[in-house]
Design a protein around this ligand. Structure first.
Ligand code: 1GP
Length: 235
């Protein structure tokens, strides 16, 4: 997968995930993009459209850091990102979220798929209350052992380059994340969910390769910015 190399994913420690469906003013966006974070991921679980995605991408593009799209809706795929992260939900109860939507997308757009820019993610959703869990009909109440088993499937059976431990909306169980990380022999492990403090950022950074900070950007910008220093200082 050259996309991983091109965007130097393996060096990323910290990523801000911005939701195209949420408002962010220019000053806040500048502070986020100049914070020292390694990349901006654009995506969300609801209300994501082509229009709001292209608008946010263009605004982030003014800054030097990589900007990638995490695709949750085919109609909102926007050309011009540095890479495209495609979730495959390991613990969904519907094959639609594992391969079904992907199959339909490829049937329709195979002739223009930028394969070299696509990074599949083995998504393990661990917060049953998260919108992502509901939308993808995930069985998100997992023991650490079950989560690790999914990680082994993603890492060794499917050989996916990325595993995403997704707790969106709550700070997760770091023991579970560590078990996922231990199961990953080659996959890069991303953690996201509920990081609001420096301490949480530190703990998550010890458990995973990359941490993703999302909603706190919109709720407490200073707290969000502080998470960058926490991760970089612990390197
Ligand atoms: C969401 O994992 C990210 O996909 C981040 O979660 O919004 O809870 O920080 P939060």
């Amino acid at each position: 997968m050259s996309a991983i190399h091109d965007i130097q994913l393996r060096q990323w420690k910290h990523v801000f995930k911005l939701d195209p469906d949420k408002e962010i003013d220019d000053e806040c966006l500048e502070r986020i993009c100049m914070s020292g974070s390694d990349a901006i991921m654009v995506g969300g679980s609801s209300g994501v459209t082509f229009e709001n995605t292209v608008d946010l991408m263009a605004r982030v593009r003014r800054f030097a850091l990589p900007v990638v799209q995490e695709v949750s809706d085919l109609d909102a795929v926007v050309p011009g990102f540095d890479a495209y992260f495609i979730p495959m939900v390991m613990n969904t109860t519907s094959t639609d979220w594992l391969v079904g939507q992907h199959k339909r997308a490829i049937e329709q757009y195979e002739y223009m798929m930028p394969w070299e820019m696509i990074i599949p993610e083995g998504y393990i959703i661990l917060n049953p209350e998260a919108t992502a869990a509901k939308v993808s009909q995930a069985n998100a109440t997992l023991t650490a052992k079950e989560a690790a088993a999914y990680a082994h499937i993603a890492d060794k059976l499917m050989r996916l380059p990325v595993i995403y431990a997704e707790y969106s909306g709550m700070f997760g169980d770091m023991d579970t994340v560590m078990q996922i990380k231990k199961a990953a022999s080659q996959a890069h492990v991303i953690y996201g969910g509920g990081i609001r403090t420096v301490e949480q950022a530190r703990l998550a950074a010890q458990a995973a390769d990359t941490i993703v900070v999302g909603n706190v950007v919109y709720e407490d910008l200073e707290a969000a910015l502080a998470t960058v220093g926490a991760v970089k200082a612990s390197q």
